[in-house]
Design a protein around this ligand. Sequence first.
Ligand SMILES: *Cc1c(COP(=O)(O)O)cnc(C)c1O
Length: 387
Amino acid sequence: MSASEEPLRLASVDLGAIRHNVRTVAALVGGAEVMAVVKANAYGHGAVEVARAAVEAGATWLGVADVDEAVALRDAGLSVPVLAWLHSPQASFDRAVAHSIDVGVSSVAQLDAVAAAGLRVAAGLREAGEGGAAQQPARVHLKLDTGLGRNGAEQSLWPAFFARAAELQRAGQLTVVGLFSHLSNTNDEEDRAQLERLLAGVELARVAQLEPPIIHLASTAAALRLPETRLSMIRLGIGMYGLSPFDDQTSAELGLRPAMRVEGRVISVKRVPVDSGVSYGYTYRTATESTLALVALGYADGIPRLGSNRAPVWINGEIHRVSGRIAMDQFVADVHDAEAAVGDRVVLFGDPQDGYPSAEDWAEAAETINYEIVTRIGARIERRYVS
Ligand SMILES: *Cc1c(COP(=O)(O)O)cnc(C)c1O
């Protein structure tokens, strides 16, 4: 592609929107710290760029799923605390400790693995003559399952979990920085019951001589709607990207701005007669003589095939519909008698305040949620960052 050429596929990511969203939520949650959750390449937006913007806007922590994602942030020069909470069964945690990454642990086995990693890393530094004694102990956040049924120690194991964590902390082998859990977002009542269980866990930890400074529970939904769940820190994901976690409230109603806009170009235009079949299986046939516009985006790019014959696209200020099956690399929009020329911009979704279809429109067409629409946007789509 020459410098002047427009890309075939583009995801424009507005870092100004990311900063605005972080500031908006930070102001709302008052004293609670904000962890910017940038797992899965920042929900498709680009982890490093989003992380930098979030930190500029006041996020004091970064959150990712696994240690590889965390190390990539460190390699890019991000120095704020980073928490990683999803680990392989044989994880050694040496890289996590060496990169000063906080580890979310869900079991005694993981606690022991982190402590052992801390000892190995310190010994390695001593051997290299780099003063291993000065190495800080490994940092962990104890994860409690308060009802979600996924990660986290189950309630019956909390006493043993806390006892071992306290023992390792006393031995100087690790520091318990946080205690946390994750909500099911089923309804306010269920979320409050999980909060109660977490607070009972905090009490039990205290009995075991653990007083972790950071207690965290809420992700975007609870941070916005259930103030009592904000505790010391919230973990902000979807809201930072300007998308609503709620069915009954839009981004705009929450004061948030969608950061991602996905665009293609019209790469061919043809006038076809009535009853022309379009794309595989002829699931669409023109109702009249019509103009078909071809766009080079397909399911290989994360455009959901379920959007075939349903999802909206913006071309020249008008909303048209995907016509026929979305293929691996391309789809067609029947624009009927509207203007369309080769090279015209095609916007699949962006900020509806700008007149574009929303990620929610695509989610509805594809029977999924806005999270999945943005996160699956593929590597072949060029990201461009604007402020
Ligand atoms: C993904 C994730 C979040 C962020 O959730 P949002 O709903 O996107 O705000 C927070 N905490 C954990 C443990 C997660 O896995």
